[in-house]
Design a protein around this ligand. Sequence first.
Ligand SMILES: CC(=O)SCCNC(=O)CCNC(=O)[C@H](O)C(C)(C)COP(=O)(O)OP(=O)(O)OC[C@H]1O[C@@H](n2cnc3c(N)ncnc32)[C@H](O)[C@@H]1OP(=O)(O)O
Ligand SMILES: CC(C)C(=O)C(=O)O
Length: 569
Amino acid sequence: MLQHPEHKYRRFPTIDLPDRRWPSRTIIEAPVWLSTDLRDGNQALFEPMNSERKLHLFDELVRLGFKEIEVGFPAASRTDFDMVRRLIDEQRVPSDVTPMVMTQLREDLIEETVRSVAGARRVIVHLYNAIAPVWRRVVFGLSVDEVEQLVAHHVRFLREKVSEYPQTEWVLQYSPETFCMAELDVSLRICNAAIRCWDAGPSRSIIINLPTTVEVATPNVFADQVEWMSQRLERREHVVLSVHPHNDRGTGVACAEQALLAGAQRVEGCLFGNGERSGNLDLVTLALNLYTQGIHPGLDFSDIAAVARVAEQSTALPIHPRHPYVGDLVFTAFSGSHQDAIAKGFAAQSADDFWAVPYLPIDPRDLGRTYDSIVRVNSQSGKGGIAFLLCRDHGVKLPRRMQIEFSTIVQKLTDASETELSSEEVGELFVSTYLAPARAGGELAYINHRLQDAPGRQSVEIEVKLLDGTRRWLKGTGDDFIDAAVSALGIPLRIDSFEECSRNSDDDSVLAVVEGNWHGVVGSRFGAGRHPNAVVALIQAVLSVAARFSRITGHLPGDDESISVLHTE
Ligand SMILES: CC(=O)SCCNC(=O)CCNC(=O)[C@H](O)C(C)(C)COP(=O)(O)OP(=O)(O)OC[C@H]1O[C@@H](n2cnc3c(N)ncnc32)[C@H](O)[C@@H]1OP(=O)(O)O
Ligand SMILES: CC(C)C(=O)C(=O)O
């Protein structure tokens, strides 16, 4: 890169518009949408769509709710011409949908274009030509006067041609291509020539479509340009002011939003931003941005994954996993503090409240997406997300201190493996850490127990099976049965708290957890048990924490050589 890019690239000048009003306006309704997937989107593909793919995408655009669809450039290719004719001849265009066809300012091309749509109920014919200084000088070799005459001549020519088909309602769309790079007074002059030559009025609709053919400035500059034009166009009340942003600077959506503030009534773009170079305006993002402001866009993205599949098939281009609203990862949090906030947000969100779940700008379910992948666990994850997964997918609700302990165990594993852990694996880790020690095959597998009340005391006998297969009855007495269970184990274990956390509706089992302490030697540890009988679940929890401590201390429950410890933590 150059050390002094200022010698190669010029800063775009600001627009003199001291009375600009767009910065303090708010968008309060959806614009008219035009999909140009079949034209601008199509002309940017490695392999342009064939008729079948185009027709399929057309049907999908109709299903989504588009009322204006640019169907092609019929004079450019047989494929486009035939496809447009099929739409008309096979009456595939619903009565509330208007197709648009594009052509250059050339009489032969205009004639062919009009022929391609003859017989339609209503059509928009889209004329365009580049008007910015470089194009005038380098591409066309025309002065501003000559460009104006070129436009005036071909608009009149079109007007004359379409008068041969009075059964069709004809709308003219004129696009001063390269508008964003042109002098505003030149753009105005040429657009006004189109408006006059078309004789725009109540029954002769015209769309003036202002493109950022190549984005060259910040969105506020485009908004100024649009407002400047909107204030000055002739017969403004009969003009639908449209914009056609591209995305060269990555600000296509911002340009469209600010243009709507500045007076644009209609937007052109493609699904998920397909289009020339870095794309056209992404219609889905703009529509859903409006939706998150409480404005229904009039387009239906309630099964956004299905729309993505159609778009990917049509364009043979993949959608990025971080693409707004649709990407595979956009409703996924890996990082701990985000997961924690999301989990708390879901717990606090009630159905009839405004949506307010942290880090989720939209309810994924509104787009037909599930909550399944919202929290994913890797080494950046914390207790909140892990607890969320345990609760949502495994019906396990843990006390906060145990969440902290378990998240360090998860983190050790993800750090070591450097991979993501699935929710299923998190569940398995929970079981192997806490439940397995007191289950069949665990170090202190619970078999049975007997409780006996003595005056003011509780005694318990617990039958356990050890890893070597031997069974033992351990007997203890205490103030309550937890106390008694601990004394039965004959180890310096202290239970600081116990709780029945959650009941599993499938098998009616209770999850019991205890927090134990090895008399201050190694810090506290948790144990857990799960059983339909809450007393059994608690005894299992005590056995579980005892087994976990014995792995660390090497000290054995029962203080007996016959109880072997196989693992160390
Ligand atoms: C910004 C946009 O997306 S605009 C839309 C662009 N889309 C397309 O071009 C796709 C369809 N286009 C085509 O298939 C062809 O360009 C056609 C059939 C329209 C014309 O083909 P050709 O006659 O072979 O011309 P070519 O493709 O080389 O285009 C360049 C010529 O068109 C002229 N031209 C470019 N735009 C326009 C216009 N809007 N009106 C009139 N002439 C134009 C150029 O000045 C150049 O003329 P020249 O050959 O006299 O120098
Ligand atoms: C001519 C038009 C609308 C266009 O595609 C562009 O300028 O990008």
